[in-house]
Ligand binder design. Structure first.
Ligand code: DP6
Length: 323
């Protein structure tokens, strides 16, 4: 027997962040979050269940992966194998499409594409809601990559109702500029960083309360298409997440001097009347939420301090696609 499936999924950047789990095994988040799916960053993955191979193989960008990376994929595929009653091993081939020099390896697009491909190959044919529940168990942020545009991941009360819902297709004047400050892999993974923050930061409960409130407010701003409010809420939410990390023991900081430089440029541009807002995740790169129609003007300003190749403009992207 040999059955296969292939799918593409796009990365997403959270405007209201997910930073902390209440259940590590099921990947249940402490708070709901909201993100923008990006057009320019995506992963294509093929899953082939094959009776003729004795173990799982995982190729990323045409390179065979080590045992640890393969185990993550195997464990994830087991969710599908167990539900579908499949006993075969799998060959998994995955390509990350990210603009050169970006170095943004994304677990969100990775696990969403793997889930969508396994969904086809296993014949489970889950709908998008259930697919996001499966993707979640690979990586929290992957929950949101099932859909395009602006997407909410509802924290839920159990493993069965913590999933993503589309909020807005974002087909208005919205763009994002990714500024690559340092393409190297982060030293402390999101998984490890958020665990430390939950366990040791005295600010953690305030973070959760305030993120839930930010989510309410940003959804109101989105429904009114109030770009300025949306950006201000997102920027503050990101700063609050990083403030919470600074309170961890030992403290956690992903910023580099050039990250702060981008923040300063964004604030200057805003003073000049250009609405743009920064957000940062578990790494030094900075993403700028802006109007797509003004992105070239913003890029021009950034090129005074950064090499053109390090500044990537992208629009909103679509949800998972079967290939
Ligand atoms: C800062 O989804 O990578 O990007 O669930 O442990 O795999 P795991 O973590 P991951 O964390 C993402 C954290 C973030 C914020 C966000 O995307 O919401």
């Amino acid at each position: 027997m040999m059955i296969k499936g292939k799918a593409r999924a796009h990365a997403n950047i959270a405007l209201i962040k997910y930073w902390g789990k209440r259940d590590d095994e099921l990947v249940l988040p402490m708070n709901s979050s909201l993100s923008l799916t990006l057009d320019c960053f995506y992963t294509e993955t093929e899953v082939i269940f094959n009776d003729d191979i004795e173990k799982d193989y995982f190729y990323l960008n045409n390179n065979i992966q080590d045992e640890a990376a393969t185990k993550k994929v195997s464990d994830f595929l087991d969710l599908f194998r167990n539900s579908a009653g499949i006993k075969s091993s799998a060959m998994v081939k995955s390509i990350n499409y990210v603009p050169t020099a970006a170095g943004l390896a994304s677990s969100a697009s990775g696990f969403a594409a793997l889930a969508a491909a396994a969904n086809v190959a296993s014949g489970l044919n889950l709908d998008n809601k259930d697919l996001s529940i499966y993707a979640r168990q690979g990586s929290g942020s992957a929950t949101r990559s099932i859909y395009g545009g602006l997407v909410e991941w509802r924290r839920g009360i159990s493993g069965k109702d913590s999933y993503a819902v589309p909020v807005d297709d974002a087909k208005w004047d919205i763009g994002m500029i990714v500024v690559i400050v340092n393409p190297k892999e982060k030293l402390i993974s999101s998984r490890e960083g958020m665990k430390r923050t939950v366990e040791t930061s005295p600010f953690y409960t305030s973070w959760v309360e305030s993120a839930e409130e930010d989510l309410k407010q940003i959804k109101i701003a989105i429904s009114k298409r109030d770009f300025e409010q949306m950006g201000l809420i997102a920027e503050r939410n990101s700063l609050k997440m990083h403030a919470t990390m600074l309170g961890a023991k030992p403290p956690l900081s992903y910023w580099e001097p050039e990250s702060v430089l981008v923040m300063q440029i964004v604030r200057e541009l805003r003073k000049e009347g250009i609405p743009c807002y920064f957000t940062m995740d578990a790494g030094p790169n900075v993403k700028i939420l802006c109007k797509l129609s003004e992105s070239y003007k913003i890029k021009e300003r950034l090129t005074q301090s950064f090499h053109e190749e390090k500044i990537i403009i992208t629009g909103p992207g679509p949800g998972v696609t079967i290939l």
